[in-house]
Design a protein around this ligand. Structure first.
Ligand SMILES: CC(C)(COP(=O)(O)OP(=O)(O)OC[C@H]1O[C@@H](n2cnc3c(N)ncnc32)[C@H](O)[C@@H]1OP(=O)(O)O)[C@@H](O)C(=O)NCCC(=O)NCCS
Length: 194
């Protein structure tokens, strides 16, 4: 298993279309589709939006593969602008109002995923490091991301940990921006028992 750890190769992509896009959809949907059963907040894009994201050069994509070219992980991110129809849950106004001096240089990461059978081999961390490297190389001052706390509570801590001791130095500081609560009301007469 560990041999795959050292073999993670990352390629940067801008437009992915056709059969390769459909293959990545299957890869993505296998990771994120089941998470929708674990959270009341939708955890994945629908097929059409995911294919549109792959074909849009606005979104930078990193694909992690092993030495045999098998896909190990995927991430995509975009520079925020006024209209982000493929990330409708993000208030671009929020970022623009708070960081007007950085507007046009704030990126948002809506997807980072590694399949369950390839986890804990380093692919996820390598993808995160590549994003942080991109941040440095493109003078990106801010990166936004969100995640389901129930699904993957350790993600923010992991991101903070991976820069420690790296040549790029400790470039990240983290701030929690908001959280959202989901409620359910039960009619105690129809559903008396929990
Ligand atoms: C987040 C994700 C991409 C990480 O991928 P990965 O390939 O398993 O990550 P890596 O192998 O590079 O690193 C895993 C790290 O997480 C740590 N980790 C794993 N489970 C953990 C847990 N329950 N608590 C704390 N740390 C944990 C491991 O210790 C390891 O860190 P270390 O090597 O420093 O010890 C993967 O879990 C995933 O795809 N999750 C589902 C999709 C998702 O929720 N994505 C985020 C929102 S878009």
């Amino acid at each position: 298993m560990d041999t795959r750890t050292a073999d993670v190769q990352i390629s940067i992509r801008h437009e992915i279309v056709g059969e390769e896009a459909e293959q990545l959809w299957a890869f993505y949907n296998d990771i994120f589709g089941p998470l929708n059963e674990e959270s009341p907040c939708r955890q994945s894009l629908h097929h059409g939006d995911f294919i549109a994201l792959l074909g849009s050069a606005e979104f930078v994509k990193f694909v992690a593969r092993d030495a045999n070219k098998a896909t190990l992980g995927f991430t995509a991110f975009a520079t925020l602008k006024e209209e982000m129809p493929l990330m409708p849950w993000i208030s671009t106004e929020y970022f623009r109002k708070r960081w007007p001096e950085f507007w046009g240089r704030i990126i948002y990461v809506p997807i980072i995923g590694v399949p369950r059978d390839a986890r804990a081999l380093g692919a996820g961390k390598e993808l995160m490091l590549q994003i942080l490297q991109y941040m440095r190389e493109h003078s990106i001052p801010l990166i936004g991301f969100d995640h389901s706390v129930g699904n993957i509570p350790y993600l923010p801590d992991l991101i903070m940990r991976i820069t420690n001791g790296k040549p790029m130095g400790s470039l990240s500081k983290r701030k929690e921006l908001d959280s959202q609560a989901y409620y359910l009301l039960r009619d105690q007469y129809q559903l008396p028992e929990e």
